[in-house]
Every structure is written in C-alpha cells, then in structure tokens.
Ligand binder design. Sequence first.
Ligand code: FCB
Length: 412
Amino acid sequence: MTTFPDGFLWGAATAGHQIEGNNVNSDWWAREQTMPGMELSGDAVDSYHRYAEDIRLLAESGLTSYRFSLEWSRIEPVRGHFSKAELAHYRRMIDACLEHGVTPVVTLQHFTTPQWFAALGGWDSPDAEALFCAFVEQACTILDGVEWVVTMNEPNMQAAIMTAMRHLAASGGDWTSPTVEAEGDDEKKQQHGQFLTYADPEIGRMFTRIHHAARAIVRERTNAKVGWTIAAGALTAAPGGEEKLLQIRYGKEDVYWEGSRGDDFVGVQAYSSQQVDANGLVPHPPHPDNTLVGTAFRPDSLAMAVRHAWEVSEHTPILITENGIATADDVQRIRYTTAALEGLAGTIADGIDVRGYLHWSLLDNFEWGHWEPTFGLISVDRDTFARTPKPSLAWLGKVAARNGFEATEFAA
Ligand code: FCB
C-alpha cells in the first residue's frame, strides 16, 4: 500500500473564468471576441450558478479539498467600486465547502484581470501593485475560516501570455492556448515555442514584488497560509543542452521558485516534461499517448517538479495545486494519475514536505481559447449543463478516503 501523511489534502481544482460563464468584465472575455482562432467561453459550464452541485459531487466522491478562484473583474468591475454582492457570492462558495467538510483553497487571481486593469497596462502598469493590493484587501474580508490562499496562479505562465499577446498584436497571428502546442508546420511550432518560452527574469521580479505585497496583506488580515502557484516544466538537458537549460529555466521558472522563499507553501503545477538542447526546447515526437494538448505523456513530471521546487524554494512546504491530463480516455487519466501519485509518494518518502494533491480539473472546462482539451473528473453537457462524473472521480475519491492505494490496484 502506498500511503500519504496524516491530514494530506485530496482534492480538485478549477478557475473562475474556465467554469463560471459570462465573465463579461474580464480581459479574457474581451480577448475572445477579437483574437483570431479563439473559441468563446460564453456560458462556460455555468458553475457560477451550479457551484453547490459541483462542491457536493466533489465531497460525495470522498475528496476533501476544492481549489477555486475569485474573479477580480466581478468583484471590482469598475476601478475602486467593489461589489458586496459578488463578495457574498464567493463567501457562499467558501461556506458550501465548509458545510461539506471540504477544505477550500482560494486563488485570488487566476490569469484573468478586469478590463479596466488591462487598459491601464495590466501587470506592466506602474500602478499594478497598488491596484491588485486594493482588490486583495477586499478579498480578505470574506476569507474567515480559509486555511489556504493563493495570491496568483502561475505568474510565469502569465508572463508568457503577456509576451504572446504582444507578439500576436504585432504580427496579426492566430491564438493557440498557452497549454496547447502549436499545430501546423515546423516554423509555426518554432515561433509559438519561442514566444511562450520567452522569459525575462525582470518580469519574474516584478511579479515577485507584487506577490510579496499581497502576501503581507493576507498575513495581516487573515489566519491563512499564503503562497502562489508556479507552472513547472520539469525540463531536462539533452546532450549539449546543459547551459541552455539553466538559462531558459531561470527566467521561466527558477526566479519564481526563488520568489516563494518565505511563503507558507508553494503550489506546484506539473503536467509534462520536455528536453532542452543547445538551441532551446526540443519538440517531442508524435506518439499515441500524447495528450489532447499535444504534450508528452509524462506522469513522472510531477515528482521531477516537486524535487526541483523543493530545492530552489529552499524547502518551502509544497501543495500540488494542479496535475492532470487532457484526454478523452478516462482510463488513460487514471493511468496517468496513478503513476504521478506513485512518484509523489517517492518524494515524500525522501523527506519532502508535500501537504496535498489537487487534481486539475474537477470539471471539463474552457481551456483558455479552446473547448476540446478535456481535463475533468466530471464531464458537462454544454447545452443542459448536466454533470456526469467520470470513473476517475470515484477512483480519486477512493484514494482520498483510504489516504493511499495499492501499487498494482489501478494499473490499466
Ligand atoms: C494551467 C492553468 C489552468 C489550466 C491547466 C491545464 O496552466 O493554470 O488554468 O489551464 O494549465
């Protein structure tokens, strides 16, 4: 039996814009109307109205934690005007978790910002820190009883999206989600790879400054543990790529892991792994096991990411805030997650302080411009919004209920 430490959190994660629907004041909503190649989020999966059912399904499966995000653009649709009704909505979500014995993990900002913030220059604006902190202060008013707060989701991916947007605006190109590998000819793939891996450490330092300011507010006003979440590439060096690996990984990741030193925890988010050679990221070959976002089937990436995060963050406690696979095959999802959890158990056995595992995602959802990649433990009919749990939900719930599993029990 592979077992996990007492009190280990077992859950699933979502993000507001991907599931709520009609998030009309956000920068992503505006972007979807204009960016060639993007699908619309529209009603998403209507979790704004159906969150109680979603939390109930999660709890009934045996899972004990739900990570979700607040939508800044709903709470502050106009600069300086905070909606008490929207704050009360998110408080009801927290209460729904607590009533079911589910530990909420609340993300204050998950990729989206209000349109007015974007119009001021977004994270590049000289006022970004003050504007975000004003929102964080308001958010803290509803966080009573919340133990885990994430200031922002994947600032390193947000840096890549900012760069991609600038590039697309200049070139008039088509959008591909940050998590979807570019299709088409090699030149397009190469170009996509270049701008998404673009990583100026200065952007990382800017995000770190804002994160630390938000962290101070959360610490002053709540009793929550506070951290942020980082997209982990689990990058490795191909022969001759050792120097390039260090260079790419610093701006893309390590500056952010460094920024988490002194946090109460750091959120590790890992899906796949990739090699770096002397020229940069190496495209991996087509394979039947490749995921619906074109990445390689690499469940070992989770343990690789945890070991790297532990080292660079100088032993900051770790919460797995995302791990999962875009697949239409639920057996493949269970196979992936079993292997990822076996690797994770190995990191804990080696003394790494891992506090919980939150699967991405509870629901099939809007994958940043695309609907096809399905990461959910639950599928959703997008006309009726009917929820249908997949076998993987019951499977992960059972792992949670026993706080472990037999190594061979779930092998496909
Ligand atoms: C992460 C994002 C999350 C989701 C997964 C697949 O980069 O944080 O919203 O899109 O990838």
